[in-house]
Design a protein around this ligand. Structure first.
Ligand code: HXC
Length: 259
């Protein structure tokens, strides 16, 4: 997988793939081409049976400092409508395999929205999260007002979206935006550890469980519970369920085949 703005290692280690945003001079600003590459890489990895977890990262200074302001600056509303960039984001939202963001430095605007498209987040102590769009006369457009509010609550979302101020990794942890905060030299390693913990489970159970957790964002409780129940029943059709439960009874580690 050769791309211009990202580096992809489909076999970073067994069952784990890694995507690195790679526009360091621009702090990984998310130009349209970069986002299309992220989408294409994720789709390919989603279809790759060897891959069970995907890590999305940037570099130490920046995960991503937002959409590319220089690319957007001269656009009209109709240009933006016709570019239709959110179809790309909608595809990313539908990736079935778990995605873990490993974040250091800036995760701003579209960068923070991309983090919120991931399923879990490991942050370095130096990470800064924010929705600074208000400072350039606009507002979040890739789910920032909706996903952030669901995670951090109304007043915290309002503060971030209406002032554009950044929050630290520690504050992001308090607010439930990130799973873990670690020293900068460890953030990728910790994300890999988390990916390993996920990758050793049954991929089918992981897929249906991810789908069910995401359903909680999008549906009333009774509908979500119904959905959960169906996925739970469905897993009893898998060999991995037989293997997982037999291994428990036989006091050994299960070997999941994804069948
Ligand atoms: C384009 C960007 C950029 C961006 C940084 N750069 N962020 N280019 N789009 N979002 C470029 C700078 O122009 C500069 O290039 C280089 O990266 C280094 O940035 P500096 O500003 O010199 O670094 P620093 O002084 O350390 O400040 C870092 C920063 C600042 C605080 C992150 O760059 C910043 O405020 N960036 C914009 C953050 C932002 O507003 N994001 C939201 C974008 S709107 P040159 O060539 O000048 O050296 C958005 C909407 C999403 O995300 C909608 C849905 C997709």
């Amino acid at each position: 997988m050769n791309f211009q703005y990202i580096l992809v290692e489909p076999r970073y280690e067994q069952h784990i793939a890694l995507i690195r945003l790679n526009r360091p001079k621009e702090l990984n600003a998310l130009c349209l081409e970069l986002m299309a590459e992220v989408r294409d890489a994720l789709k390919t990895l989603d279809a790759d049976e060897e891959v069970r977890a995907i890590i999305l990262t940037g570099n130490e200074r920046a995960f991503a400092a937002g959409a590319d302001i220089k690319q957007m600056a001269g656009k009209t509303a109709i240009d933006m409508l016709l570019i239709d960039q959110f179809t790309t984001w909608d595809t990313i939202k539908k990736i079935k395999k778990p995605i873990i963001a490993a974040v250091s430095g800036f995760a701003l605007g579209g960068g923070n929205e991309l983090v919120m498209h991931c399923d879990m987040v490991v942050a370095s102590e130096t990470a800064m999260f924010g929705q600074p769009e208000i400072k350039i006369g606009v507002m979040p457009g890739a789910g920032g007002t909706q996903r952030l509010t669901r995670v951090v609550g109304k007043v915290n979302a309002m503060e971030m979206v209406l002032t554009g101020k950044f929050i630290t990794a520690e504050r992001a942890y308090e607010l439930g935006l990130v799973n873990k905060v670690v020293p900068v030299e460890l953030y990728l390693e910790e994300a890999v550890k988390l990916a390993r913990d996920v990758a050793q489970q049954s991929p089918l159970a992981i897929r249906l469980a991810k789908e069910a957790v995401l359903k909680a964002y999008d549906s009333p409780l009774s509908e979500g519970l119904e959905f959960e129940r169906k996925n739970f029943y469905l897993l009893f059709a898998t060999e991995d369920q037989k293997e997982g439960m037999a291994a428990f009874v036989e006091k050994r580690a299960p070997i999941f085949q994804g069948k």
